[in-house]
Design a protein around this ligand. Structure first.
Ligand code: SAH
Ligand code: SF4
Ligand code: F3S
Length: 453
């Protein structure tokens, strides 16, 4: 009887946001620490964990289908187990709990967003005893900082500074599946960052559903600007953060883009809609004018800051005029990137009971028009860098062409350049190289590594 993780293989399938991606790294860290080996494919894996997302409906249906189809994938012939262990965690695990095992009877383990640390013992119980093992908690008792991580890249790290969300935007399920906002003590954040810097990490991305309200629960007032100061002080090369709620983005934080060496000139600032009526119905608690004022202030501080955003098209009651306001806002701001979503009704949220009469085709037309504009404006925004030399943090070879390096500019644009003669993409991965840009496309820049330095 198998009673340890040695000789077992595991694979994690991750959906949704960076919170889930980071949680997956923690799970990998735990399993590896116990002696299991991470593999890429489900065929090779004795244990499969799904880290799920339910922010929109499409993700939901896909998960049920994927878990169901696992039934037909045979276990590797030399597995110490008699049956593959299938675990579902993340936001669908948190929301559906026990119900998942009723619909998917070959599911062994269900866990939630507040108890990642329980996964190894739930899996072991399933191996030793068989049957379903479900554990979902209502809230985290503490910030899960003590768990180890196994990061995807040696040179980049995600660092959660808050978990959960208190904003209750009327369309959004996140506060229900991630719980109330909890901040992590500043000294823990700094200690983790210092460990990363000492280990050679080049880029840290601070994570939270709304990083701007960091510290409100712990210190009585937001302290996000102080987090940025402290992180810059660790000597980290590149610092980024996501996500920022416009209602809480302060002048103090905006000013940090000018004063902090490590803070990269790129900001994701979700607007969701350009119509005040829709913003109010969404419970976003800012106006179009306030948002545009933030954009103006950011550009006063860093004229070429790269802005990105999220937009929901087809929120209940969105009129043609509301949509035009969104369209005009996107045109006015000139984003480098926009993530566009069609509104998806989430049971249990206030918007689920709002009347929604706009025909599906009208919403699709609005969506398509917006996507065209987004692409045209992104293409234009990238032209500003043609001729410039940008510092690129190399990620490795391009997926499309092994002869090309792929990496990220300070503005978070993808950059491609031929691998310099005498070098390989893998030895350059994790280093920062200067690239002269000679072409700008909608979603990437192309150029050549400058080696005269
Ligand atoms: N906390 C972050 C991200 C939350 S989820 C923030 O506030 O920006 C990421 C994005 O998914 C949101 O910004 C929103 O644009 C989109 N989203 C959330 N709920 C949605 C829904 N019910 N339908 C469509 N898009 C949704
Ligand atoms: Fe959802 Fe709004 Fe919280 Fe973002 S801020 S996670 S959109 S409730
Ligand atoms: Fe999805 Fe959960 Fe993130 S619902 S967007 S994985 S917080």
């Amino acid at each position: 009887m198998q009673s340890s993780f040695t000789n077992l293989t595991f694979c994690i399938r991750t959906f949704g946001c960076q919170m889930n991606k980071h949680d997956s790294e923690r799970i990998a860290g735990m399993f590896e620490g116990l002696g299991a080996l991470q593999v890429d494919t489900i065929e090779e894996a004795d244990i499969v964990a799904f880290m799920t997302c339910c922010v929109r409906e499409a993700a939901d249906t896909r998960l049920y289908g994927q878990v169901a189809s696992l039934k037909n994938v045979p276990l590797r012939t030399d597995s110490p187990l008699r049956k593959r262990i299938v675990a579902v965690g993340g936001c669908i695990g948190q929301r559906d709990g026990e119900k998942l095992t009723k619909e998917l009877d070959h599911l062994d383990v269900v866990f939630g967003t507040h108890n990642l640390g329980s996964l190894p013992h739930l899996v072991m119980a399933a191996i030793e005893e068989g049957g379903h093992h479900v554990e979902v908690l209502d809230a985290a008792s503490s910030f899960p900082t003590e768990l180890p991580t196994s990061r995807e890249h040696d040179w980049a790290a995600w660092l959660p500074i808050t978990i959960g969300c208190n904003n209750f935007c009327s369309y959004c399920i996140v506060p229900y599946v991630r719980g109330r906002e909890k901040s992590r003590p500043l000294e823990d954040i700094v200690a983790e960052a210092e460990r990363y810097v000492a280990a050679g990490v080049k880029e840290i991305t601070l994570l939270g559903q709304n990083v701007n309200s960091y510290g409100r629960d712990l210190y009585g007032a937001p302290r996000f600007a102080q987090v940025l100061d402290a992180l810059d002080g660790t000597g980290i090369e590149r610092l980024r953060f996501a996500t920022s709620h416009p209602k809480d983005l302060t002048d103090e934080v905006i000013g940090k883009f000018a004063t902090l060496r490590s803070l990269m000139p790129a900001l994701h600032l979700p607007v969701q809609s350009g119509s005040d009526a829709v913003l109010a119905a969404m419970n976003r608690r800012y106006t179009r004018a306030h948002y545009l004022e933030l954009v103006r202030k950011l550009r006063d501080v860093v004229p070429d800051i790269a802005l990105s955003t999220d937009i929901i098209v087809g929120f209940p009651g969105e009129t043609a005029k509301d949509f035009e306001n969104t369209y005009r806002l996107v045109d006015e701001v000139g984003y480098h990137q926009v993530f566009t979503f069609i509104y998806s009704k989430r049971e249990g949220t206030p918007a689920a009971s709002m009347e929604d009469t706009t025909p599906r085709e009208t919403i699709q037309e609005r969506f398509d028009r917006l996507v065209d504009l987004v692409q045209a404006r992104a293409f234009e925004a990238n032209q500003a860098d043609v001729g410039a030399i940008v510092e690129v943090l190399v990620e490795g070879a391009s997926k499309r062409d092994a002869g090309l390096l792929a990496g990220k500019s300070p503005k978070n644009q993808t950059v491609h350049a031929p691998v310099p003669v005498g070098k390989t993409a893998s030895e350059l991965a994790g280093t920062i190289v200067p690239v002269r840009i000679n072409e700008a496309k909608t979603w990437y820049l192309a150029g050549e590594v400058v080696n005269d330095r």
